[in-house]
Design a protein around this ligand. Sequence first.
Ligand SMILES: Cc1cc2nc3c(=O)[nH]c(=O)nc-3n(C[C@H](O)[C@H](O)[C@H](O)COP(=O)(O)OP(=O)(O)OC[C@H]3O[C@@H](n4cnc5c(N)ncnc54)[C@H](O)[C@@H]3O)c2cc1C
Length: 385
Amino acid sequence: MQKYDFIIAGSGLAGLSLAYYMNQTILREKSILIIDQDTKTKNDRTWCFWEKGNQNPFDQIVHRKWQKVYFHGTNYSDTLDLGEYSYKWLKGIDFYNFVRTDLATNPNIKFVNERIERLIDTPAGGFIITTENQYLGEYVFDSIKPLRLDLDDCHNMLQHFKGWEIVTDKPVFDPACPTMMDYRVEQQGVGVRFMYILPESPTRAMIEFTVFSDSLLSPTDYDVELHRYIRDFLKIENFSIEHEEFGVIPMTDEPTPQHIGEHVIRIGTAGGYVKASTGYAFQRTQRFTQELVRNLVTVGKPLHEPKKFRQRFKELLDSTMLNVLLKNRASGKDIFTALYKKNPTPRLFAFLDEDTTFREDLRIMATVPLGAFTLGLLDALRKRI
Ligand SMILES: Cc1cc2nc3c(=O)[nH]c(=O)nc-3n(C[C@H](O)[C@H](O)[C@H](O)COP(=O)(O)OP(=O)(O)OC[C@H]3O[C@@H](n4cnc5c(N)ncnc54)[C@H](O)[C@@H]3O)c2cc1C
């Protein structure tokens, strides 16, 4: 059996972010093993996130960034100024290559391309069995454990989307302004549906049909909606599809304990890094993995800090939003329109980053349909109790 100081299970966003931050500190002298069943050589996802200035180290590989976004909701459409924030687009493949290049300078870091069959906490360490080997780590960071998404008394939604990167024969896109949400698509069933556009040039853009709901659509439904939107709203007759992306992100308040044993720590989606009400995880992953590394460097342990009241309150607001959408207490399209129409976008971004005060939270909550959210809040509280 091979022994390591740290083993990182999964070399996706959380695993590689953690390894990257470790490699910038004294932890680079530890033996680190990174295991993934995939070689991560494809551009398997598009990450977008908002940020004030350039706080994270991946700014040099950001593909596009914007200072304004377009929003189209119920009887309202506007170009929204992002103030101090930029909205950024990072390609998955650029992130994987950038981090792997950084880690390759360190002989203490080893990658293996194997499938993990078992991962358990034992008194001797975190123990992993793969298709080919067995490993023991002082700490194992687990980003591969799938969420259950079927627990009673939890709100379980899925954010599912299909995107086409298209090229047109005539200029149609404004490369300076992505579309954050366009609600002109037909709203059906539970949840909410919208289009999202990331323009690269006047003739090239990624267009994504996004749904927040309790179940996936059939594969052709996504294509039908994309075709309809491109033809009826963007008025594009001729285009070619250069790249496709399909994704499912859990939007759930399922409990995601991070320390499940003395030696095993869950990170990434498995550790609750995805914001339940939005599905965004990129910036939270940076924040949480930096915190883990800081704790390891300063006290030698990836300390688990008990949740503060403020954090529990933010989680309750996430659950309330999921409750309102899942129970169709108000139209999702109207809720998001109200949020973007009645609040400056920088305030909304700060709220979604959980950087707002209690007073600011209340100001934002006062802009959504009050009856629906009061019922949602009470139901979410009841489920927690
Ligand atoms: C298509 C897509 C687009 C997204 N876009 C955004 C966005 O724009 N902004 C945002 O903030 N968030 C976005 N997200 C959400 C979130 O940021 C990503 O899902 C992110 O990749 C989650 O990081 P992770 O490390 O938890 O999981 P992953 O990045 O999926 O990494 C998990 C890794 O574990 C490996 N693995 C799994 N099982 C095993 C096993 N048994 N053995 C070995 N290896 C295994 C996988 O191969 C994978 O590499 C998106 C998600 C998807 C799916």
